[in-house]
Write a protein that binds this ligand. Structure first.
Ligand SMILES: Nc1ncnc2c1ncn2[C@@H]1O[C@H](COP(=O)(O)OP(=O)(O)OP(=O)(O)O)[C@@H](O)[C@H]1O
Ligand SMILES: [Mg+2]
Length: 398
């Protein structure tokens, strides 16, 4: 059998199995739906008491949520959309200050398997749970964030022109058509599939042609930034998942973002390769026009704090990089594989009673990382707001 047909056959089998898995994860209407929250959880997410929600419902200020039978009891359940509507009614929905730009965060590291996609998805979903408006951009042709975040099989359900490809190769500077709504209220996605990888082959050719024609460097690195800027005002935070390489896609990301989050495993091998990544990233940025970052943070991911080796490595990382390391970390947990076996994330699963502890531990750690990031975002937004106010005051005086 030819090499090509062996691989083709394996691909066909694999695709069929993914389709079967997806069918079990979506509704009969072919969409993923997000779980709902009971009144106590919903009230806690909003920051009001369950009784307040009941009173508002009685007085007609909010519409009655769906009611479900739980044993003998009838319980109210709220969707994230309804929770966000109530947050808006109370002016409790968090957001960046009106006159500031959203924060764009690149989740980067050229080492594979360090948790870039898990971090991208987890931060996007946990910020959306808090009520922020988030755009998750899948910049990796493997499409992990597309698969797990959007419930889409990248090579079956995503068309090439829905990915960043056209923007990155300069065919278009319109990104709005690529944005899809996810089943999470407030969380949009730009998906990826394998065709995105073509950018890595087309761009160097374009650079060569441009130099031959004009003798100048093609500013390919501005393409993502220019197109994302056009939709940025719709969001509080934009999170970009990147491929395990420092190619032309990642360079566009490095040039576009305001901050970097660099996941790394607390192991010697990963530590060494992350240091190499830092060196290569700074060398690459050196060749581009200067830009500023508001923050760069290393995030210890897939941490096993009960392992002596991992704990020692964590200590070494913190000693070397100090406050550039996130205080909180992502824990290595079975919850991730259990959730992804159902094409879900740790926030989407209603765990079996035996798994409740595992899932709680996973989401607790993820929430702590998100809260630390939220503080960072608020600091960035406050200082941007102050600068914007000073500029306004100054222009009014002069
Ligand atoms: N905290 C965690 N606990 C357990 N497993 C995890 C955790 N984070 C990630 N994983 C698993 O580790 C693998 C790699 O994670 P992920 O895909 O997020 O890494 P990545 O850096 O995006 O990889 P790539 O470089 O290939 O894009 C996946 O199978 C994922 O499910
Ligand atoms: Mg990934």
């Amino acid at each position: 059998m030819s090499a090509n047909s062996i691989l083709q056959e394996l691909y066909a089998k694999g695709s069929r199995s993914l389709e079967i898995l997806r069918k079990s994860a979506v509704t009969p209407h072919d969409v993923k739906i997000l779980k709902q929250w009971g009144i106590s959880d919903a009230a806690a997410m909003i920051g009001r008491t369950p009784q307040t929600l009941r009173n508002l419902e009685e007085s007609g200020k909010i519409k009655a949520p769906q009611k479900i039978q739980n044993g003998k009891r009838i319980e109210r359940v709220y969707s994230l959309k309804e929770i966000n509507e109530i947050r808006e009614l109370f002016k409790l929905r968090p957001s960046k200050p009106a006159n500031t730009n959203p924060t764009m965060i690149g989740i980067v590291n050229f080492k594979g398997g360090v948790g870039k996609s898990f971090t991208s998805l987890t931060l996007s979903q946990s910020l959306a749970l808090k009520g922020y408006k988030v755009l998750l951009i899948d910049g990796d042709s493997q499409g992990t964030s597309t698969h797990q975040g959007g419930g889409l099989i990248p090579d079956l359900h995503v068309k090439s022109d829905q990915t960043l490809l056209n923007v990155l190769i300069g065919e278009s500077d319109e990104i709005a058509n690529c944005i899809i709504k996810t089943h999470w209220d407030g969380l949009d996605l730009i998906p990826a599939n394998l065709t995105l990888y073509n950018a890595e082959m087309i761009i160097p050719n374009q650079i060569y042609q441009h130099r031959q024609k004009t003798g100048e460097v093609l500013p390919f690195y501005t393409r993502l930034k220019n197109s994302v800027d056009k939709v940025a005002s719709n969001y509080d935070v934009i999170i970009i998942d990147t491929p395990p390489s420092l190619g032309f896609i990642t360079l566009n990301v490095l040039f576009s973002v305001n901050g970097l989050m660099i996941p790394l495993l607390p192991s010697e091998v990963d530590y060494c390769s992350t240091i190499q990544f830092l060196n290569m990233a700074q060398e690459s940025l050196n060749r581009l026009p200067p830009i500023d970052y508001q923050f760069v943070r290393l995030l210890i991911s897939r941490h096993k704090p009960s392992s002596m080796q991992a704990k020692t490595m964590e200590g070494a990382i913190r000693q070397v990089f100090g406050s550039s390391v996130m205080t909180n970390y992502m824990i290595e947990t079975e919850a991730v594989s259990k959730a992804s076996a159902d094409m879900k994330t740790i926030y989407e699963v209603e765990p079996h009673p035996n798994d409740k502890k595992t899932f709680k531990r996973a989401t607790d750690h993820a929430n702590q990382v998100t809260e630390e990031l939220e503080l960072l975002l608020k600091m960035v937004w406050n200082s941007a707001e102050k600068i914007s106010k000073t500029v306004t005051d100054y222009s009014e005086v002069s």
